[in-house]
Design a protein around this ligand. Structure first.
Ligand code: MSP
Length: 512
C-alpha cells in the first residue's frame, strides 16, 4: 500500500527550531515504521516561501525574497540531512511547477462556482498570516500567539465559498479517526458548529505571491498556495505538470502531521478546497501539541530557543528522538527539561538496553567460543522471553496505529527490562560455575540475545542509528520485517563481534 505523509511546509522567515524538528522527527519515525511494514512510503516535507511575512523578513535582511528563500530553505534541507531525516520529497512553494499546479487547482475551483469577490475587513496577524476573528483579539488588537500588534486590513479580495461546504465538512469531522487526537476533533467541531464563513484567498498589493490568473493585481493568499504544495510535492521531476497526475503518485495522503495552531487550515479549509476541485481527501490530520522549554515558551526575546543543529551536535539524533518520542505523549503539549532528557537517555538507552547487549555478548563470547550459543529449550515459542517478545510486538503495532510513540517505545523498553530481569534471575555467571549447567546457560544467553535483537528491531523507527549499531552485533539473516520480528531469527553458531557500546552516556555541562 502507498502511505503518503506530510510535515507542515515550514515558513522560511526563520531557521528551524525545536518545534519544527519535533514534527519532522515524529514524521520520520512514522515513515520508517511504514517502510519496515512494507508500505510504499512517500514522506513529504518542505518550505512555504510566499506571503507578506517572508517578503518583510527578506526586506529587513536586505535580500530579494527569492535570495532569502534560497538561503533559508537550503538551511532546512541541510538540517534534515544532518538529522538523517528520511523524507522522499522536499517541496519549495517557489518551485515553478508549483505555480502551475496552483493555477490548475484554482481554475477547477473557479469553474465549480466557488470563487467570488468580496470585501475583507479585519485584523490581520502577519506572523500567523491569518485574519483574527476571535472577538477578544479584535478588541485588543494583538495576536494571542505572537503577542504582536494586529494590522487593520480593508481590501477587495477573492473569496472561497467555504459556506457551500458546511454539511460535507460536518460529516467529515464526524468520521472516526479523521482528526486526532479526540480533543482536537472537538475543537474543530465547535468551530464548524458556529457556521463556516467564506475566506479570502487572494491579496492585493502583495507582490511576493503567485499571481491569480484572470484577476490582475491579486496574488494568492499564502495558505491557499501552501496547502497545494502537498500535491506538487508528489510529482516526479519528469512528470507532465498535471493535477490529475497526483493520484497516481500517492494522493490522497494517509496523514498530515501538524501543530495544533494550524489545525483549522488542515481539517476544514483544505478538505473543502479539495472537495471543490474534485480531489480525494486525506485520511487523517493529527494535531500535536506545543513544546516549551523548562516550563517557558521558547522565543527569541526570552533567549531560550533551542537550536536543533546544536542539539544534534552535542547530543546526537537518537538521544533527542528517544526523549521527545518516548516522553511526550504525542498530541499533548510537552516541556523540554534538560535533566530529565539526560536521565532518560542514560537510564533507558545506555543502561537498560545498552548494558544488556554488552554484558550478554561478552558472556556468550567468553563461554561459547565467541559465537551465538545453542538455544536448546529457548528455541520454542513458550520460552518466557519468547512470550514477552510476542506481547511486546502486539502492543507495539497497536501503538503505531494510534501514533502513540510513547507506548511503542515502552513496548521495546519493556522487553529489554524483561530480558534484564530474566538474566538476573538465571544468573548465568553463577550457573557456569556449577557442574552440568552449561546447556542451561547456553539456552539462557541465546534467549537474552534474541530478546535484545527484537528490542533493536522495535527501536528501528524510533532510534535508527542505535538500532543499526545493535543489529550489527547480533547476526541474523537479512529478511523483511515480519520475518525479523519472529522469535528465533538469530543465527546459531554465527560469530559474535566484540561488543561495542551502542549509546554513549550523555554528560552535559551547563544549559544547552
Ligand atoms: N507555513 C505554515 C504551514 C503550512 S502547511 C501547508 C506554518 N509554518 S511554521 O513554520 O510557522 O510552523 C510549522 C509547524 O511548527 C506548525 O505545525 C507549528 O504548529 C509548529 N510549531 C511552532 N512552534 C512550535 C512549538 N513550540 N512546539 C511544537 N510545534 C511548534 O505554520
Amino acid at each position: 500500500m502507498t502511505y503518503t505523509l506530510t510535515t507542515p511546509l515550514y515558513y522560511v522567515n526563520d531557521r528551524a527550531h525545536l518545534g519544527s524538528a519535533y514534527t519532522t522527527l515524529a514524521c520520520d519515525a512514522i515513515a520508517r515504521y511504514h517502510r519496515l511494514m512494507g508500505d510504499a512510503v512517500v514522506f513529504i516535507t518542505g518550505c512555504d516561501e510566499h506571503g507578506q511575512k517572508i517578503q518583510r523578513t527578506a526586506e529587513a535582511a536586505g535580500l530579494s525574497p527569492q535570495a532569502h528563500c534560497d538561503l533559508v530553505s537550503a538551511s532546512y534541507q541541510e538540517l534534515w540531512q544532518n538529522w538523517q531525516i528520511s523524507n522522499d520529497r522536499f517541496i519549495r512553494t517557489t518551485d515553478p511547477r508549483h505555480r502551475r499546479i496552483v493555477e490548475q487547482f484554482f481554475a477547477r475551483v473557479e469553474a465549480n462556482g466557488d470563487i467570488r469577490e468580496g470585501r475583507q475587513q479585519g485584523w490581520y496577524c502577519v506572523a500567523c498570516e491569518e485574519f483574527k476573528d476571535d472577538p477578544a483579539e479584535a478588541q485588543e488588537p494583538s495576536c494571542a500567539i505572537h503577542h504582536k500588534p494586529l494590522e487593520w486590513r480593508d481590501e477587495v479580495n477573492l473569496f472561497f465559498r467555504l459556506s457551500n461546504y458546511q454539511e460535507q465538512i460536518e460529516q467529515l469531522i464526524r468520521r472516526p479517526g479523521f482528526i486526532a487526537p479526540e480533543s482536537r476533533r472537538r475543537e474543530v467541531e465547535n468551530f464548524v458548529a458556529q457556521g463556516l464563513r467564506d475566506f479570502s484567498i487572494s491579496r492585493v498589493n502583495l507582490p511576493w505571491g503567485i499571481p491569480v490568473p484572470g484577476h490582475g493585481g491579486h496574488t494568492f493568499y499564502v495558505w491557499f498556495d501552501a496547502l497545494l504544495g502537498y500535491l506538487t510535492a508528489l510529482l516526479n521531476n519528469d512528470d507532465h505538470v498535471d493535477l490529475d497526475a497526483v493520484s497516481e503518485r500517492g494522493w490522497p495522503a494517509q496523514l498530515h502531521v501538524i501543530g495544533k495552531d494550524i489545525l483549522r487550515f488542515h481539517a476544514v479549509y483544505w478538505p473543502a478546497m479539495l472537495l471543490s476541485a474534485g480531489l480525494p481527501l486525506p485520511e487523517r490530520v493529527f494535531g500535536h501539541g506545543f513544546l516549551t522549554r523548562e516550563g517557558q515558551k521558547m522565543g527569541k526575546s526570552l533567549g531560550n530557543v533551542l537550536d536543533p543543529q546544536l542539539l544534534l551536535e552535542r547530543c546526537g539524533s537518537d538521544a533527542v528522538r528517544w526523549y521527545l518520542l518516548r516522553d511526550i505523549p504525542f498530541g499533548d503539549d510537552g516541556d523540554f527539561q534538560q535533566q530529565r532528557f539526560v536521565d532518560l537517555v542514560n537510564s533507558d538507552l545506555a543502561n537498560t538496553i545498552g548494558n544488556l547487549l554488552n554484558r550478554t555478548i561478552a558472556m556468550a563470547r567468553r563461554w561459547f567460543d565467541g559465537a551465538v550459543p545453542d538455544p536448546g529449550e529457548a528455541a520454542g515459542p513458550s520460552h518466557p522471553l519468547a512470550v514477552a517478545a510476542g506481547d511486546a510486538c502486539s502492543t507495539y503495532h497497536v501503538a503505531w496505529q494510534r501514533l502513540d510513540f510513547r507506548a511503542a517505545a515502552e513496548a521495546a523498553l519493556g522487553l529489554a527490562v524483561a530480558a534484564n530481569g530474566y538474566l538476573n534471575e538465571q544468573a548465568p555467571w553463577s550457573r557456569m560455575k556449577q557442574e552440568g549447567q552449561r546447556e542451561q546457560v547456553s539456552s539462557d544467553l541465546y534467549a537474552v540475545l534474541e530478546a535484545a535483537r527484537l528490542v533493536a528491531q522495535l527501536l528501528a523507527p524510533l532510534v535508527p542509528l542505535m538500532s543499526d549499531r545493535m543489529l550489527a552485533q547480533l547476526p541474523a539473516a537479512p529478511a523483511p520485517w515480519p520475518d525479523q520480528l519472529r522469535w528465533g531469527a538469530l543465527t546459531v553458531g554465527a560469530p559474535l563481534p566484540e561488543p561495542t557500546p551502542v549509546m554513549a552516556r550523555l554528560e552535559l555541562e551547563g544549559q544547552l
